[in-house]
Ligand binder design. Structure first.
Ligand SMILES: C[S@@+](CC[C@H](N)C(=O)[O-])C[C@H]1O[C@@H](n2cnc3c(N)ncnc32)[C@H](O)[C@@H]1O
Length: 204
C-alpha cells in the first residue's frame, strides 16, 4: 500500500478535526455502497488509465475502480477516513492499486507528470480546487463533480454559501475549448439540493 504525506502539517487543520470527528461517529463509518455520480461517469465511458478522487472519504468507487484493475489516487484531509479506506483495500487485496494521500486540497496539487482518465469529487467544493482539478484530466478523460447548489440554503440556511456551486458552476469554470459537458442535473432530495456534472476533455 502506498501512502504519501504532504509536507504541510495537517494535525491541527480545522477541516481535519471536523471531519475526523464526523468519521469517528459510528453512522459515518457505514459506506453508502453506491454513488450515482460515479455510475453516470461509468455509463458515459471512462477511458483506460488511472483515476484521481478528491475528498474521497470512505469512497466505494475508489475500491471498485481499484478492483477493476485501475490505479487510484485518493486524496482527503481525514486520516480517519483514509485509514478506513486503506483497511478496506487491504481486506480486498487491493493495496497495490490504491494510493492514499493525506492532504489539504487547497494547498495540494496533482502530480505534474500524470494525467487521469477520471477525476471525481463528491460533496466537496472549493473553487480553487476545481480550478486545478480539471487540468489533471487526460485528453478523452472525464471530470465528474457533485456538490450543493445555492438552493440547498433553503434546507440549511446556516450552510456557508462558499461551499455551494454558484449559478452555472462547476461547468462555467471549465475552459469551453477544452471540455464538453455531457451531463448536468440538479436534484432536490427533500433535505438537500445537489448538482451533478460530468464533462469530457476534448482530444486535441
Ligand atoms: C461531505 S464529505 C464527502 C466524502 C466523500 N466524497 C463522500 O461522498 O462520501 C467531505 C470530504 O471532504 C474532506 N475534506 C474536507 N476538507 C478538506 C480539505 N481541506 N482537504 C481535503 N479534504 C477535505 C473530508 O475529510 C470529507 O471526507
Amino acid at each position: 500500500m502506498n501512502t504519501e504525506r504532504s509536507t504541510q502539517r495537517l494535525e491541527d487543520h480545522p477541516d481535519r478535526l471536523k471531519w475526523n470527528a464526523r468519521y469517528l461517529a459510528p453512522k459515518r463509518l457505514a459506506s453508502r455502497g453506491y454513488c450515482p455520480l460515479y455510475d453516470r461517469a461509468e455509463a458515459l465511458g471512462i477511458p483506460g488509465g488511472p483515476v484521481l478522487e478528491l475528498a474521497c472519504g470512505l469512497s466505494d468507487q475508489a475500491l471498485a475502480l481499484a478492483a477493476s484493475g485501475r490505479d487510484v489516487l485518493a486524496v482527503d484531509i481525514s486520516n480517519v477516513a483514509l485509514d478506513r479506506l486503506r483497511g478496506e483495500a487491504a481486506e480486498r487485496g487491493l493495496e497495490s492499486r490504491l494510493t492514499c494521500v493525506e492532504a489539504d486540497l487547497v494547498s495540494w496539487r496533482p502530480p505534474a507528470d500524470r494525467k487521469f482518465a477520471l477525476v471525481i469529487c463528491v460533496m466537496y467544493w472549493e473553487e480553487a480546487v476545481f480550478d486545478y482539478a480539471w487540468t489533471a484530466v487526460a485528453e478523452g478523460g472525464l471530470l465528474a463533480w457533485q456538490g450543493f447548489t445555492l438552493d440547498h440554503l433553503r434546507y440549511r440556511p446556516s450552510q456557508n454559501p462558499d461551499w455551494c456551486f454558484k449559478e452555472g458552476e462547476p461547468a462555467s469554470r471549465l475552459p469551453d475549448d477544452d471540455f464538453a459537458v455531457l451531463h448536468e442535473e440538479d436534484v432536490d432530495e427533500g433535505h438537500r439540493v445537489i448538482r451533478r456534472m460530468v464533462a469530457r476533455r476534448n482530444r486535441t
